[in-house]
Design a binder for this molecule. Structure first.
Ligand code: BES
Ligand code: MN
Ligand code: ZN
Length: 512
């Protein structure tokens, strides 16, 4: 019996509460967001404290700058913290999210477990109140996230933090919208943290079986979960997915999550994730450098599981989707082994398409092909989205700060781009033309899983391959190979897995 591999430790919790501004201006430490120029309108006693802080000449208002001011001995507020917002005309959701994360980090540095954050309505006049509340909650919860790796010495458990949040100077209606935003942002961010935790675990922990267990734990209430094992996949004829899994001792799993809309709708929207818990490349093996990063090859699955974590916790608020939401995850490990598929092997996908596997490292599109077939056969989707760390080429084209999107339906693509904008997770459309589809034809099967290197286009070839399985069902493909990990650090993201696209999917789901 092999000893159980060590898992990372659970991170500390961040508790959020929205309170009236007066209740946020007492206690050991209260942060206020302060833009350049005239001090923003806030109520007493903060107004006086802020004016006094400015009079010292030490108040820094540049974006993300922190200044701390001790308060007079008898004041109900012990310390005032100011987090700069910079130019108030440029304050947007991303600026608020970062400012909140900066406040969280400053509170943690100070060793203050219970702190408050006051958002002057005047400091973010250009941002919708609900969106502001969301961004603030996301910044606090995502900023508090750290992946604690397993070590001989368990880390001292980090004390959980608590933040009282208030919007100051907003009309009642905006105050309510802000409060709603905080709650939805909290749910979205905790779901993102859940995704990050799965994504950051090494591949001997986060196996397909572990992903299936994580999915099962989301079942209950309005979420149903089903797991197909290898035998079930064999019965369905998922030859493309099973071909990828052949080389590994880790059994593949196919996860089906369902969120039933309350109405009588029979329409379904499918969200499909690539769940390669490790991608060695298989027989077309990858070079050794940075191969460890292929633990992140399940980040599409992470996005889908995070999305369902959020749905299970009420992320849609009182928005009732007109579609049932179906999550599908194709989880497998891509290994070279005596049983592994080999370049030139021909496999058959569930819908009958035959595929020549010219490169065993183009495995994501193989597992997704069967997942798309499954979606179409059992859920007859009105719309499908797949998310996958599909190509290194998308990192070359777009880097880590955005994901590529392509598909067969401009309306679906536009809706996702808009959702990405709201989440501050940008998507950039790549073409998917007939010339790209033509590149995927094979002499020895219906399709080849790669185009010729001479064609040059890597990411659109992946999309073009998938388009044969999508057929004329409205579909979009997000290539998140860059966005999933390795991006710029930005206060609410400090490296490793980003938990990307969970929040984008939530914004998109609200349009369904
Ligand atoms: N998982 C990789 C894509 C990837 C590469 C993700 C780098 C993140 C960082 C995928 O399975 C893959 O290996 N794609 C190949 C496709 C090629 C063989 C056509 C690639 O991008 O090299
Ligand atoms: Mn690969
Ligand atoms: Zn891969």
């Amino acid at each position: 019996m092999v000893p159980r591999a060590p898992a990372g430790y659970k991170r500390a919790h961040m508790k959020l509460r929205t309170v009236p501004a007066a209740a946020a201006s007492r206690g050991p430490l209260t942060f206020v967001l302060v833009p350049d120029g005239a001090l923003p309108e806030v109520g007493a006693p903060l107004r006086g404290a802020l004016a006094a802080a400015k009079a010292t000449g030490d108040l820094a208002t540049g974006a993300r700058k922190v200044s701390l001011f001790h308060q007079p001995a008898k004041a109900a507020l012990r310390r005032l913290g100011c987090v700069g917002l910079g130019d108030r005309k440029k304050v947007d959701t991303e600026a608020l999210r970062r400012a909140a994360a900066v406040a969280q980090a400053a509170a943690e540095r100070q060793g203050t477990k219970d702190f408050a954050l006051v958002v002057p309505a005047a400091a973010c006049a250009g941002v919708d109140a609900e969106a502001a509340g969301r961004a603030i909650a996301e910044g606090l919860v995502l900023g508090a996230y750290v992946y604690e790796p397993p070590r001989q010495q368990k880390p001292k458990p980090r004390a959980g933090q608590q933040c009282r949040i208030a919007v100051d100077g907003a009309p009642k209606r905006d105050e309510r919208a802000f409060t709603r935003g905080v709650e939805l942002g909290r749910i979205a961010a905790e779901a993102t943290v859940f995704a990050r935790d799965l994504e950051n675990q090494p591949s001997n922990i986060a196996t397909p079986t572990a992903l299936a267990q994580a999915a099962r734990r989301l079942a209950g209430g309005r979420v149903k979960v089903k797991v197909l094992d290898r035998a079930a996949m064999e019965r369905l004829g998922m030859g493309a997915l099973l071909g990828v899994a052949r080389g590994s001792a880790e059994p593949p799993k196919f996860l089906v999550l369902e969120y039933r809309a309350r109405g009588k709708t029979t329409k379904n929207a499918c969200v499909i994730g690539k769940g390669l818990t490790f991608d060695t490349g298989g027989i077309s093996i990858k070079p050794a450098g940075k191969m460890d990063e292929m633990r992140y090859d399940m980040c599409g699955a992470g996005a889908v599981l995070g999305f369902f974590h959020a749905l299970a916790h009420g992320a849609l608020g009182d928005h009732e989707p007109k579609h049932n939401l179906i999550g599908l995850v194709a989880a497998a490990e891509n290994m070279p082994g005596h049983n592994a598929q080999k370049p030139g092997d021909v496999v058959r996908a569930m819908d009958g398409h035959t595929i020549e596997v010219l490169n065993t490292d183009a495995e994501g599109r193989l597992v997704l092909a069967d997942a798309i077939c499954y979606a179409k056969k059992f859920h007859d989707p009105a719309v499908m989205v797949d998310l996958a760390t599909l190509t290194g080429a998308v990192v070359v084209a777009l880097g880590h700060e955005m994901a590529g999107i392509m598909g067969n339906d401009q309306k679906t693509i536009d809706a996702l781009i808009a959702a990405g904008k709201q989440a501050d997770e940008p998507l950039w459309q790549l073409p998917l033309w007939d010339c790209h589809r033509d590149q995927m034809k094979s002499k020895f099967a219906d399709l080849a899983n790669i185009n010729s290197p001479a064609h040059g286009n890597g990411s659109t070839a992946g999309g073009a391959f998938l388009s044969y399985f999508a057929g004329d069902t409205p579909w979009a493909h997000l290539d998140i190979a860059g966005a999933a990990y390795g991006g710029l650090h930005k206060d609410y993201y400090k490296g490793g897995a980003a938990g990307t696209a969970v929040r984008t999917l939530l914004h998109w789901a609200r349009t369904l």
